[in-house]
Design a protein around this ligand. Structure first.
Ligand code: ARG
Length: 273
């Protein structure tokens, strides 16, 4: 039976974000980044504030880290770790330009009541790990090393399912797949290898299937609380699709951050207790 907004329920969440005060496109490590593009960091901060306010207005708690100079991608907080059951598995960035970000995230968890497990293998946190149905869905192919999936399983004691990403535009799992609630996901099939598409069909036969336009709009880069689906304003097709499934789209313009190759989800790490 299909659900409506009246029957879906949100679960209050805890999130971690980093303001984009130092946001810039100073290097090119994904196909969306172009160092000749002008970036308006002040507008980026305004847009980011609106996203943060939208989360708070729906009853969620947002923690923030202090942004650091020389780390222009630090706004993409999702990449700093992956958490589940009160355990944080730390990130180890692929590119040296971002590697110092991991320390700030580690300090956040270590100074609070989290168990922090340090990584030895390259992985970009929630950029390549998602959580649904008691499973950790894990992407590889561009950033996270597939060997880190096994390390994550040992660290987090949850089954990890490896999924191969094949389209460089969708270089992190969170650009191609998102959890909509505790049991269901949405994804863009063509971002995955044929075999991984088959695996996703087996695990999530009722998944909301996205198309290329959704993926290019960074519509899969969403955050959902089980009822409200936080999307960027370009995601018009996805907004309709989630509404048809009984979710409530909440739209924020994140045009500046798209220049860095990220959107809603990239800015938000979920802290799962
Ligand atoms: N410029 C950043 C990078 O290429 C963007 C990261 C986007 N984050 C994400 N979770 N997909 O690393």
């Amino acid at each position: 039976m299909s659900q409506t907004a009246a029957t879906r329920q949100l679960r209050a969440r805890e999130y971690l974000m980093v303001p984009p005060e130092n946001f810039a496109v100073e290097y090119e490590i994904n196909p969306w980044m172009d160092t000749s593009t002008e970036v308006d960091a002040r507008l980026a901060v305004k847009q980011w504030e609106a996203l943060k306010d939208a989360l708070i207005s729906k009853g969620h708690t947002v923690h923030t880290l202090v942004p650091e100079k020389g780390l222009p991608d630090m706004v993409f907080a999702a990449n700093g770790a992956f958490t589940v059951d009160g355990v944080a598995y730390g990130a180890k960035f692929k590119y040296p330009q971002r590697s110092d970000e991991a320390k700030a995230h580690r300090e956040f968890y270590e100074s609070r009541d989290w168990t922090f497990r340090a990584p030895t293998l390259t992985n970009e946190g929630e950029g390549d790990f998602a959580y649904a149905n008691g499973l950790i869905l894990a992407g590889y192919g561009f950033r996270t090393d597939v060997t880190a999936h096994a390390e994550a399983q040992e660290a987090l004691q949850r089954p990890v399912v490896s999924l191969k990403l094949v389209d460089p535009r969708f270089y992190h799992l969170d650009t191609a797949l998102a959890a909509l609630d505790d049991d269901n996901i949405t994804y863009y099939p063509q971002a995955f290898s044929e075999a991984s598409q088959r695996v996703l069909r087996q695990l999530f036969p009722d998944a909301l299937i996205a198309d290329e336009e959704d993926a290019e709009a960074f519509a899969l880069n969403l955050v959902s609380d089980g009822l409200n689906v936080f999307l960027n304003t370009e995601s018009v097709g996805m907004a309709t699709k989630v509404m048809d499934r009984g979710y409530v789209p909440v739209l924020t313009d994140l045009s500046e951050l798209k220049k860095g190759g990220g959107s809603v989800k990239c800015c938000i790490a979920e802290l799962r207790r």
